[in-house]
Design a protein around this ligand. Structure first.
Ligand code: TA6
Length: 281
């Protein structure tokens, strides 16, 4: 099943279902905001999220592009792709267990006012018992451009107190809260605000709580961000209920900080992510 849905305010998304999974992907930002395996929602979506053009959905997988973070003051935090309207290029029901969705954003007069380069940004979603996404950047300009990017994935968790993130032991990270370089000691637990940019990624990162486990694989990424706003910051954030920090953790496969890309003219570079979900109970 594949259906185009439009809210009263004109906000459009694709809803699809096959025999093993279902998903909802907004045209704005090519933003997947629901991914279910046997009716279990695996991405977190804020109950207070806006669904209006110009405001990024709070939850799901915002695409940070052509910047991750807010170091480049000439661009909005996490870039502009997540508030721009993509074109739905194709939906292919490859089999009864795999649906492929292709969305595209091309540079425009509007985008050049923010970022003065010509580009094509293609997003390919593979919706199956695993979720795979490719973010492909093509430089259509006459000069190279610098790129940082991330899949800013909000994973739903049963209880933040039960979360264990493994696979980053020994990795160096920038603690965005203190500005200090640190090294990860053992597994990651969330019992305070956590905002860390790991400068090496891992072959496999595992997120688990009492109910399920997610195995996170990425390609062409050597940096990953772990973030939870905890109590105080959560209460101040847009589109978030006060208690929302208990319901999610962000693990963001990226090209961030020194892991940036320089895209030559006529060159394409892709960032890939793959999520394998497994129920534990
Ligand atoms: O990825 C972590 C982070 O950079 C946090 O510092 C926090 O700002 C979060 O992203 C959410 O950013 P947003 O712009 O989506 O509100």
């Amino acid at each position: 099943m594949v259906e185009m849905k439009k809210l009263e305010n004109g906000f459009e998304y694709v809803e699809l279902k096959n025999s093993v999974a279902s998903a909802k992907i907004a045209l704005q930002g090519a933003h997947i905001f629901s991914f279910k395996r046997s009716d279990e929602e695996l991405l977190w979506l804020s109950s207070k999220s806006a669904f209006e053009n110009g405001t990024a959905i709070r939850g799901g997988i915002p695409l940070c592009w052509p910047r991750f973070g807010n170091l480049d003051k000439a661009l909005p935090q996490h870039g502009f792709a997540r508030t721009f309207l993509f074109e739905l290029m194709k939906v292919t029901e490859e089999s009864d267990t795999l649906t492929v969705v292709h969305m595209q954003l091309k540079s425009s007069q509007e985008s050049r006012k923010i970022w003065n380069f010509d580009f094509v940004l293609d997003i390919f979603f593979h919706i199956s018992d695993t979720l795979k996404i490719e973010m492909q950047t093509s430089n259509k300009d006459t000069k190279e451009f610098l790129l940082t990017q991330a899949f800013h994935t909000y994973f739903a968790v049963s209880d933040i107190d039960d979360v264990v993130i493994s696979g980053l032991d020994g990795k160096e990270y920038l603690d965005s809260l203190t500005g200090k370089e640190e090294y990860q000691k053992g597994d990651i637990f969330i019992d305070r605000e956590v905002d860390r940019i790991y400068k090496e990624s891992a072959e496999h990162i595992t997120l688990s709580d009492k109910e399920h486990e997610v195995n996170i694989g990425a390609k062409n990424s050597h940096s990953v961000i772990v973030w939870n706003p905890w109590i105080e910051k959560c209460a101040k954030m847009s589109g978030m209920q006060k208690e929302a920090y208990k319901e999610f953790v962000c693990i963001e496969s990226a090209n961030a900080l020194d892991d940036f890309k320089v895209v030559q003219l006529n060159e394409s570079v892709s960032l890939f992510v793959k999520y394998n979900f497994r129920k534990l109970v």
